[in-house]
Design a protein around this ligand. Structure first.
Ligand code: CA
Length: 225
């Protein structure tokens, strides 16, 4: 089998080296670009399976590079961000980034995010019935079972759960969730989300205070796993 190829667009030599060692030892083929301009040229000449894109680049911001790549590149793009820059992360996710990881990152977490993004980018057979651990969700019949017991959800709760399930493993921003479920005009009503995520957790989690499925990504959004 051919190795999966990852393009790193990152100006910090130390981080590039670290990523190179980590990814090559996990059997990925690695390409490196030191600037946004170089990254776009490399990606266009030799489209990789996944791109790791730093937000803070010397020539152009990672946001601009992301927008440009997204006009033609539809494989996963993972943003590398420094901590406490949630607004950067939210903006990147809303403009088509697949996921993000904050620096300094843990190797195991980065590899898990990469595997998950690559897996999701290869769509399996479409199926209406999804089983996640103790949950069975039937998107066509709009029914949910937990440990084989039916769970009663309101229409909005089901719509929210279905959206999460269809984007399993992916962070969905507050803005995106509000727009998709409640429509344009509700994008800042984050208290709606808190209420509905809370009630959904009570119904689908063993312990709503320590959720295993519906995970909070602090100040960014939620992730269903
Ligand atoms: Ca940088």
């Amino acid at each position: 089998m051919n190795k999966e190829e990852i393009l790193i667009i990152e100006d910090e030599a130390q981080i590039r080296k670290l990523l190179e060692i980590l990814l090559e030892s996990n059997d990925y083929k690695v390409w490196q670009a030191l600037s946004g301009k170089e990254g776009i040229v490399l990606a266009a000449n030799h489209p990789p399976d996944l791109i790791l894109l730093d937000i803070g680049l010397p020539d152009r911001s990672g946001h601009e590079i992301l927008k440009e790549l997204r006009t033609w590149y539809n494989r996963p793009i993972l943003m590398l961000s420094v901590q406490d820059k949630e607004e950067d992360i939210v903006s990147a996710l809303d403009h088509g980034a697949t996921d993000y990881i904050t620096k300094p990152f843990r190797a195991a977490e980065l590899l898990a995010r990469i595997r998950s993004a690559l897996r999701r980018s290869q769509p399996g057979p479409a199926t209406a019935c999804i089983t996640c651990d103790d949950l069975q969700i039937d998107l066509a019949a709009r029914t949910v079972k937990k440990n084989n017991e039916p769970v009663r959800l309101t229409s909005t709760e089901f719509n929210l759960l279905a959206l999460f399930v269809k984007n399993e493993g992916r962070v969905l921003t507050h803005h995106y969730l509000l727009k998709e479920i409640w429509g344009p005009g509700f994008q800042t009503e984050t208290q709606y989300l808190r209420v509905f995520v809370g009630s959904l957790r009570k119904k689908i989690e063993d312990n709503p205070n320590q959720p295993r499925h519906l995970i909070t990504e602090s100040r960014v959004g939620y992730r269903f796993i």
